[in-house]
Unconditional design. Structure first.
Length: 435
């Protein structure tokens, strides 16, 4: 199902990130009462009532220049391009400012549905101030207090009423995978190598690819769709607006992929930005393959590959389920091995385990390694059941979830992997108290 996309826009310091955090249900954006302070995530998933959707916090898209007019315009343009519904946030205590009018004019031209949230109305004395915002011409103002959660439900009611109907997946039988990584790691070259033809511009200049390119093809009777995303550059070092936009498009590409290839430059080695990018892949819950590209440029001996594998496992501990491939996109060497890894991750994402076999494994696991006391009690697992795929998700019914130590949860995950494989995909374990 296609999820809707909601963007939160507005001038600096009106509470966009606070509203973002309220909507997604956790504090994922840094919030401080200083304009332009947002440094953290700009994209997250949320749900309201029965509807799931994605949320963009444009406050997280920070430009190097301190020209707020350019910044505000860029935020609005991103929202117009990417979102189905836009939440325009204004400060009810400061009244209508020229920057608010600028954003409103841009949104009016976009013809996208807009929900107007008048923030910082946590005092009844300020409630009458919302009527001034009718002048923006983008709809009825809704009084909210993001910091206190007041009125956020009213905003979300309006949002889901405006979201387009969910669309059924029209790529049945097709495996979709995206390539992500920092600029100049060889994503476009690898795309061309996988396709067997020159379809994507390849250059040594960082950031050549500005957009996500969606290409369908067939290999050994299996249909695929490859998405070559623009390079994810560290936000603090991005100066061009289009590259900020590229990060957002890459995240969007991850969401619509079944499997994600995380590319690392074998010649330059692993840097912190690689770990940051790989984190996006892991958090998506999709299948993952770690790809070390430019392996032809590495001076090697019989221990080089083993050393690099050890380094990858140390630096990407959270991706211990991902297969590792060493390739040279430029020479085309070992590129074909990626198809087997993509197919394996895809199939394991969709693997189902029978309840009886699952519970046999859980019983054996507890017999081999009984639980210990934690948080005032000892965990007892009564039975388990697989409740979802993409990724495989298991619910364990227990005496009290708080008795589950993270190390024992990890142990159970390892036992499930030993029994059922699941190479290339994360698995989720959820504990619930048995009624």
């Amino acid at each position: 199902m296609r999820k809707g996309v909601v963007a939160i826009v507005g001038r600096a310091n009106v509470g966009k990130s606070t509203l973002f955090n309220r909507i997604v249900g956790e504090r994922v954006s840094i919030v401080e009462d200083t304009p332009g302070v947002t440094r953290d995530r700009i994209y997250a998933h949320a749900s309201w009532l029965t509807r799931d959707f994605s949320v963009i916090d444009t406050g997280g898209i920070e430009l190097a220049q301190r020209d707020f007019v350019k910044e505000i315009r860029m935020q609005a343009e991103i929202a117009i391009e990417e979102a189905d519904v836009i939440i325009l946030v204004v400060n009810g205590r400061e009244g209508v400012l020229p920057e608010d009018e600028l954003v409103a004019r841009i949104l009016q031209k976009s013809k996208k549905p807009v929900v107007l949230a008048v923030n910082k109305i946590d005092d009844v004395n300020f409630r009458d101030a919302i009527y001034d915002f009718y002048a923006l011409g983008v709809g009825d103002p809704i009084p909210v207090s993001s910091s206190h959660g007041i009125g956020v439900g009213d905003v979300l009611d309006e949002v889901i009423a405006l979201l387009p109907d969910e669309e059924e997946d029209d790529h049945e039988g097709e495996i979709r995978f995206s390539l992500i990584g920092r600029p100049n790691v060889g994503k476009s070259s690898l795309t061309n190598a996988l396709l067997g033809e020159e379809r994507v511009i390849v250059s040594d200049i960082e950031g050549t690819t500005r957009d996500a390119i969606d290409t369908a093809f067939e290999k050994d009777g299996q249909r695929y769709r490859v998405i070559d995303t623009a390079g994810m550059r560290k936000r603090g070092k991005v100066y061009e607006n289009v590259e900020k936009y590229s990060v957002l498009r890459a995240l969007s590409a991850i969401e619509k992929s079944d499997v994600i290839l995380v590319l690392v430059d074998g010649e330059r080695g692993i840097i912190e930005q690689d770990k940051h990018i790989a984190g996006y892949a892991h958090e998506s819950g999709k299948g993952v393959v770690l790809v070390v590209n430019k392996w032809d440029l590495v001076t090697k001996d019989e221990k080089t590959m083993a050393k690099m594998t050890k380094k990858l496992r140390e630096d990407f501990k959270y991706l211990d389920y991902a297969r590792i491939a060493f390739v040279s996109a430029k020479q085309g060497s070992r590129v074909d091995t990626l198809f087997d890894l993509i197919l394996e991750a895809y199939e394991n994402q969709r693997k189902r385990v029978s309840t009886s076999v699952l519970n046999d494994v859980l019983i054996d696991a507890q017999a081999m390694n009984p639980t210990s006391n934690f948080e005032g009690g000892r965990l007892k697992i009564y039975y388990g059941n697989q409740v979802a795929i993409n990724p495989p998700t298991f619910v364990l019914f227990v005496n009290d979830p708080k008795f589950l130590h993270f190390s024992y949860k990890r142990y159970l995950e390892n036992k499930l992997r030993e029994a059922f494989g699941f190479e290339g995909t994360p698995i989720h374990i959820i504990c619930r108290k048995r009624d």
